[in-house]
Design a protein around this ligand. Structure first.
Ligand code: DAH
Length: 352
């Protein structure tokens, strides 16, 4: 074989490599042309090797270098082409997987939360951030906790205000969350307490726009040495402003609860008339939102506390009432009907 033929063969292989359009073509060229049995090896390089064997010494060196040059030329050409084709493949893949970020996305928007839970969770967040613990108690309650330990013995007239569903003589559906106060104190006698207790409560009321036989309350109890009315007042003011905003004014009105002394109700200025008096607030300018007071010494004693050392404040708030007042909801029954047209309106509230 002549040198010129070998050179032609090498440049043909290089040309074949250059012409490959994809990695598969390149591998084919490799298998056909660069394998041990291929033309390149068996014919060209073997021919050269033979030439070396018979060539005079000074020629051998030159021919050896030539073999190496052919080999590296072809391999270089192959490697370069392989890099180019791999990059090409990569680009093609990227193009295939390209995402058009200008397309509108799928609508996976968050659901909405019943406004009752919006308010409940907001209150829990408010009080836990002030260091309060959150407790729970049974909804099927013992008369002892629901009334007796709250200074409301069997014949007490205040029982009439909270007629309930009795299961037997001593067991009833709790009429308020206040029994959680008694349960908590009895578990930790003479220990400071800072707690709230949200939950369902039941009363044998006639259902109307503002009353339901089942409703939600949140109880609050703070017991420690030196707790006084100023603590209660400032707590309630902060709480009410948090729920209703700073524009509403808050009024404390003397009241009566057997388990607190003194007792009072908290009134918030009417959102509709701002205290002037309108239909919504029945001309009073204010709306009652919760009952509160200083824990009665009898309650402290019955629940295992030394009332000469400890004092406390407590309040109970109706969650539906707060939600109705804040959002202007006209009928308490809407909270329990699961009408999506109603619930959807509170989507934004939930996100806040
Ligand atoms: N339990 C009372 C009710 O349901 C509300 C209440 C008033 C709770 C005064 C209290 C309180 O803790 O101190 O009508």
């Amino acid at each position: 074989m002549e040198l010129a033929e070998i050179e032609a063969l090498v440049s043909k292989i290089k040309q074949d490599i250059e012409c490959c359009e994809c990695l598969k073509d390149l591998v084919d060229v490799k298998n056909e042309q660069l394998g041990k049995k291929s033309t390149f090896f068996s014919v060209a390089l073997e021919g050269l090797n033979q030439m070396i064997r018979t060539a005079p010494i000074e020629e051998k060196k030159k021919l050896g270098a030539l073999i190496n040059k052919f080999k590296t030329d072809v391999l270089d050409c192959y490697n370069k082409k392989e890099i180019v084709l791999k990059e090409k493949l990569e680009l093609e893949k990227l193009k295939e997987e390209e995402i058009d970020i200008s397309l509108p996305g799928n609508d996976y928007s968050a659901g909405s939360k019943n406004p009752l839970f919006v308010i409940r969770d907001e209150i829990i967040k408010f009080f836990t951030s002030l260091g309060y613990d959150v407790y729970a108690g049974p909804e099927v309650e013992n008369d002892h906790y629901n009334f007796e330990l709250l200074n409301t013995p069997k014949d007490h007239p205040a029982r009439d205000m909270q007629d309930s569903f009795y299961i037997d003589e001593r067991t009833l559906l709790r009429t308020h969350t206040s029994p959680v106060q008694a349960r908590t104190m009895l578990k930790n006698p003479n220990t400071p307490i800072k707690m709230i207790a949200p939950g369902k409560t039941y009363r044998r009321d006639d259902d109307d726009l503002t009353h339901s036989h089942q409703f939600m309350q949140i109880e609050c109890l703070v017991v420690d040495e030196g707790i006084n009315l100023a603590h209660l007042k400032s707590t309630l003011e902060k709480f009410m402003h948090h729920i209703f905003g700073m524009k509403r004014t808050i009024k404390f009105v003397p009241s009566y609860f057997p388990f607190t002394e003194p007792s009072f109700e908290v009134n918030v200025s009417c959102a509709n008339c701002h205290g002037k008096g309108c239909n919504m607030c029945k001309g009073t300018g204010y709306i009652e939102v919760l009952g509160a007071g200083m824990v009665h010494p009898n309650v402290l004693r019955m629940c295992g506390y030394d009332d000469t050392r400890f004092s406390g404040f407590a309040f109970g708030v109706g969650v539906e009432r707060l939600a109705m007042l804040r959002y202007g909801i006209d009928d308490i029954r809407r909270f329990y009907q699961n009408d999506v047209r109603f619930l959807k309106q509170f989507k934004e509230e939930f996100r806040k």
